[in-house]
Design a protein around this ligand. Structure first.
Ligand SMILES: CC(C)(COP(=O)(O)OP(=O)(O)OC[C@H]1O[C@@H](n2cnc3c(N)ncnc32)[C@H](O)[C@@H]1OP(=O)(O)O)[C@@H](O)C(=O)NCCC(=O)NCCSC(=O)C[C@H](O)C(=O)O
Ligand code: MG
Length: 361
């Protein structure tokens, strides 16, 4: 089905032309900071040097009496900071809050030319994206912006999950979605108070031992988020936008944080939120392909020639589909290498070890 003829037209006279393809920029971590917290705000220039995205948070975690200070703090930080290749995002307040309209009316003219993405919380359906889309177009036209600000929807309500496909396809502004486990758990009445990760009560149990009814029965913890994450990844992939894991709230449990991020990475997510500096390195480690994976992928692509047919490499079948899987890994590695020379060197060394030095891969 064709998109409507005006799908790629500006929604206001004078607004910038919408993008036709969302740029695939490194976004292994979306680093949240509180712009009303002077100590945290002072760290933004340094954090921006090591994070792919910094996000000035104006919504949850910012108390009601700090909403205006956070908004003004973000304006000051954005105006004073050279972010280089690092993206600047913000999370505005929810559409039904008294702060959402003031957020947009203040931010777009003041820092719209530096804002790459606006994250919209608690999105319920396409109607929420349509509202933001038109309003942003009018504000961009008034501010004389030359490029559109993209929109990222937070998937954190039951109705949002039920409508996830229409949300992804609602506007050419859509950059991606993040899964918000805290609000989603509350909205679904899930009985977990954790922010991401598993729950010891969500298990499956092995059958009783037929020879010993008293023998303990092994249990296996399941993943509370598998279904939702898969729905989000499929909807994003359908529309060519990007899926992310949201927060992992147990900041001291860096091991389980890495597990949650790796589940998301393996399922097709391109990044996750970092709530604390310690989580930046975890996300960087997880969402950057391993050098050995990149070398393997390059080897498969090299040995598969024109990318069709089937061959055996190290005992594993490779064919047209596995070449596409390998291209996903190599394209991500090459995008990350462009801004991370250490990573580029590690990938080249691993590739040379497999394909021979100077393989030109
Ligand atoms: C969670 C925190 C409040 C913890 O802060 P703090 O108690 O200061 O931790 P530490 O003492 O370990 O901090 C060590 C130093 O690091 C600085 N710090 C801490 N967090 C950040 C940060 N995000 N960016 C930059 N710097 C940070 C501290 O200032 C300390 O500095 P120093 O004293 O000079 O050494 C805090 O981490 C925090 O507020 N994080 C952000 C939380 C947040 O944004 N929450 C909202 C997103 S999750 C959500 O909304 C749920 C989602 O929507 C859903 O529904 O699922
Ligand atoms: Mg939330």
């Amino acid at each position: 089905m064709q998109p409507p003829k005006d799908f790629f037209r500006p929604l206001a006279l004078g607004a910038p032309m919408p993008v036709r393809e969302v740029p695939a920029r490194p976004s292994r971590m979306i680093h949240f900071f509180d712009p009303s917290n002077e100590k945290m705000a002072a760290k933004v220039p340094d954090i921006a040097k090591k994070a792919d995205v910094v996000l000035g948070n104006l919504e949850d975690a910012i108390s009601a009496d700090k909403k205006e200070a956070a908004r003004e703090g973000l304006v000051s930080i954005a105006q004073a900071t050279d972010f280089g290749e690092t993206q600047l995002w913000t999370r505005i307040n929810s559409l039904d809050s008294p702060w959402c309209l003031p957020d947009l009316i203040r931010l777009v003219p003041a820092i719209g030319h530096k804002l790459d993405v606006i994250m919209v919380p608690k999105v319920e359906g396409a109607e929420d994206i349509h509202y933001i889309d038109r309003l942003l177009a009018q504000l961009e036209a008034q501010a004389g912006l030359e490029r559109p600000i993209l929109v990222h929807a937070l998937l954190e309500t039951a109705r949002g999950v039920a409508n996830v496909e229409e949300i992804c396809g609602a506007s050419p502004r859509m950059q991606g979605l993040s899964l918000g486990p805290a609000d989603l758990a509350a909205d679904r009445r899930m009985k977990t108070t954790r922010v991401g990760g598993g729950h010891p009560g969500y298990v499956v149990r092995a059958d009783p031992n037929p020879d010993d009814a008293e023998a303990p029965r092994t249990t296996f913890q399941q993943d509370l988020w598998h279904y939702t994450m898969a729905r989000m990844v499929d909807a994003c992939a359908t529309y060519g936008i990007f899926p992310y894991w949201g927060p992992f709230g147990d900041i001291r449990d860096t091991v389980a944080c890495e597990d949650q991020f790796r589940n998301a990475y393996l399922m097709g997510c391109v990044g996750a939120w970092s709530l604390h500096p310690v989580q930046i390195d975890i996300a960087k480690k997880v969402f950057s392909p391993e050098p050995s994976e990149v070398a393997w992928a390059r080897n498969v692509i090299h040995q598969m020639g024109d990318g069709t047919g089937a061959v055996m490499i190290d005992g594993k079948m490779q064919d047209d589909a596995t070449v596409k899987q390998c291209k996903v890994v190599v394209e991500l590695a090459e995008a990350l290498s462009a801004s991370d020379p250490d990573l580029a060197a590690a990938y080249q060394a691993a590739t040379d070890a497999v394909l021979g030095a100077g393989s030109g891969q």
